[in-house]
Write a protein that binds this ligand. Structure first.
Ligand SMILES: [Zn+2]
Length: 672
């Protein structure tokens, strides 16, 4: 018996370590690219290594203290009370369980890379409490459980979609799969299986009322991942059933993407986190089933998002509040939406919602679309979000967070808005901070992929990769670069087998004029933007590839149908979007005085003392004092003399790290 147990444990350990990422598509029939193992890609030096280190030393421990404590709300404490190891009452938002699971996912990802027992110990402690909190039938949701125990007759499983049970359970499953892969242990996975089995029973014969329970649907991703971890077909069937169940909803609305059946959808509508989680979950199901009824709407919605609804920062969700389908002829179908995608080309800057979770959801969705196709255009969106509207969500201290990510902030603001214009340690809706922690903890996971005889280099950053190709050959490589500050990348083969394989290098859509050299000799072909450039050969240890992605600072303009950006320009260099922030304005100048000459020359220079080290862009703009607008909405236009002013622009993601400020990504252009 002991020997059998040991062998079983060894098998679990082996399968857990064998080539699996946060998304394990190693057995997915419709994946073109497989993820690499959680501990196979590691940041070593540079931008992402610094972010990961901040995550390990600040973001994770600080978030652990906050969620274990009770200063702001209750997260871990709710589990302790539900488990019966502490006295007390439920406190906090209905989705706090899910946000605690995200922290556990992040700690598991960090453990996979660092093997730091600090994470392992804390995870085991939490898992044992969660196991005690779980009902014998598999149900677990501390908000519902504790309110039920307090005698509230209205609190019952799946009686109110706004209890976010599916969201909570989805994150439980994703975190448990991550923990299983990181540690080889099944203690958390067992809880997730029980919970999924509960869902299987509860939703055996779904009614239209039950079908409404898909708010912020992280559970499609979670259950598909559970299927991948266990290879039990009933979990895949459950995920399919729960996605199909959406169509039972009667009188649904765009806010929850259930006004019309999923198959008929072609535009991104409604709450942007809910939408992007739904799209990511549907893409996960497609990776397993190849169902074109999932792919067709996803492809249409994707085109709608990138061509009509996404901010230049990769941000999603233009509106605080609105109506959808706004302006429709058939007015009875118009419903209220919040934190939502707007109309096509409706992309306000000051009142942009662009919730960090929606922007992370956009990356999760595009990552899965990339895995299904191997197409660079999806990875470009992942990268755009990461460097801009995702990382803007966390301060350089790793402990203060934005919930919304506007592209312009003025003082005064044109309207009072719900959320702070400054990063804060806590907001009542605490979904984004742990989402950021897990994203940074897992960032190396996105850097590489593999297929039968190819290694895919998706993100650039100082890193190492050690993985196996399908034939069992071990490939070791290192990547050295100062990306995103500089577009030169060197990839060196440290070890490989004797068979030929391809190195596939992502050439971003903005990278015109890219070049590749292999062992100092120019490649036979020129790389094309928005593609993967393949270098296929029989490699030997010590071979190296140099990629040069030219990164001039570029003035960008928006489609003229975007009213809010009309006659304005933004600045982008490589994948990084820049902004003007008030601490960089010359004395006496206001943000609204600034005009950008169409032929402005921008010089990039690295400032290691500023904002933890960033490339700033410097150039001569023009100013035109706005004068006195007090009490006026309109006035007669009077031309004034434009005066030159030297300005400095900083990466958008690091704005508001120098105290309260004004900021704008888009600025008016003048001249040619
Ligand atoms: Zn959020």
């Amino acid at each position: 018996m002991k020997i059998e147990t040991a062998i079983f444990a060894a098998m679990i350990s082996f399968s857990a370590m064998a080539g699996t990422g946060a998304v394990d598509d190693s057995s997915s029939a419709f994946a073109k690219v497989q993820t690499v193992g959680l501990d196979e890609a590691k940041w070593t030096r540079g931008f992402w290594a610094d972010r990961f280190e901040l995550c390990r030393t600040q973001m994770l421990p600080n978030m652990g203290r906050l969620m274990e404590g009770t200063n702001y709300s209750q997260f871990y404490r709710n589990f302790e009370i539900a488990a019966g190891v502490r006295e007390g009452k439920s406190r906090g938002a209905t989705f706090n369980d899910g946000d605690f699971y995200k922290l556990m996912e992040a700690a598991s990802a960090a453990y996979a890379v660092t093997r730091d027992d600090y994470f392992g110990r804390n995870l085991d402690r939490a898992i044992s409490v969660i196991a005690q909190a779980q009902e014998t039938n598999g149900y677990i949701d501390t908000w519902v459980q504790l309110h039920q125990r307090a005698g509230e007759t209205s609190a019952a499983p799946f009686s109110d979609p706004n209890n976010f049970e599916m969201y909570n359970l989805g994150h439980l499953m994703t975190a448990a799969c991550m923990h299983y892969r990181a540690t080889g242990k099944t203690n958390f996975l067992a809880i997730a299986r029980k919970a999924a089995d509960f869902l299987g029973e509860e939703f055996k014969n779904p009614t239209p009322e039950l079908a409404r329970n898909a708010v912020c649907p992280s559970h499609y991703m979670g259950i598909v991942e559970l299927y991948r971890a266990t290879h039990e077909a009933r979990y895949l069937e459950l995920a399919e059933k729960l996605l199909a169940m959406r169509d039972l909803v009667k009188d649904g609305g765009d806010d929850n993407q259930d006004r019309i059946p999923f198959e008929q959808q072609g535009e991104a509508e409604g709450h942007a986190v809910r939408a992007n989680y739904l799209y990511a979950g549907a893409a996960d199901l497609f990776l397993e089933t190849g169902d074109t009824n999932l792919w067709n709407p996803l492809a249409k919605i994707w085109t709608n998002v990138v061509a009509q609804k996404m901010y230049i920062t990769g941000g999603c969700g233009a509106l605080y509040d609105g109506a959808s389908p706004d302006g429709a002829k058939d007015q009875k179908h118009i419903t209220r939406v919040h934190q939502a995608y707007g109309r096509n080309y409706q992309l306000p800057n000051t009142t942009a919602y662009s919730e960090t979770c929606a922007n992370i959801g956009n990356a999760l969705w595009n990552w899965r679309m990339f895995l299904a196709t191997g197409e660079a255009k999806f990875m470009d969106v992942v990268e755009l979000g990461f460097y801009n509207s995702v990382l803007s969500g966390v301060g350089l201290d790793g402990t203060n967070f934005f919930y919304t990510n506007p592209l312009r902030v003025t003082d005064p603001m044109p309207a009072e808005l719900r959320w702070s214009r400054q990063r804060v340690p806590f907001v009542s809706s605490f979904c984004c901070p742990p989402n950021l922690v897990r994203t940074v903890a897992e960032s190396a996971d996105y850097a590489y992929g593999k297929s039968a005889d190819a290694i895919w280099v998706n993100l650039y950053g100082g890193s190492t990769l050690e993985t196996k190709l399908a034939d069992g050959e071990v490939i070791k490589l290192t990547q050295e670069t100062e990306y995103p500050w500089n577009g030169r990348v060197r990839i060196k083969i440290e070890a490989c087998g004797s068979k030929a394989f391809a190195l596939k290098l992502r050439i971003p859509g903005w990278a015109a004029g890219a070049s590749v050299r292999v062992n100092d000799k120019p490649a036979d072909f020129s790389p094309q933007p928005e593609s993967y450039f393949e270098v296929r050969r029989t490699w030997k240890s010590g071979d190296f590839v140099d990629l040069d992605l030219p990164m001039p600072a570029r003035l960008m303009e928006a489609n003229p149908l975007v009213e809010e950006d009309l006659n304005q320009v933004a600045i982008q260099r490589g994948p990084v979007v820049y902004c003007l922030e008030s601490p960089d304005l010359p004395r006496g100048m206001k943000m609204s005085d600034v005009q950008i000459p169409s032929d402005m020359k921008l010089t990039a220079c690295y400032d290691r003392r500023l904002l933890d080290g960033v490339v700033v862009l410097e150039g001569q703009a023009l100013t035109w004092p706005e004068g006195d607008w007090s009490g006026k909405l309109y006035r007669e236009f009077k031309p004034q003399e434009l005066k030159p002013a030297n300005l400095r622009f900083i990466p958008y993601s690091v704005w508001q790290n120098r105290g309260p400020s004004e900021m704008s990504v888009w600025l008016p252009r003048v001249g040619i």
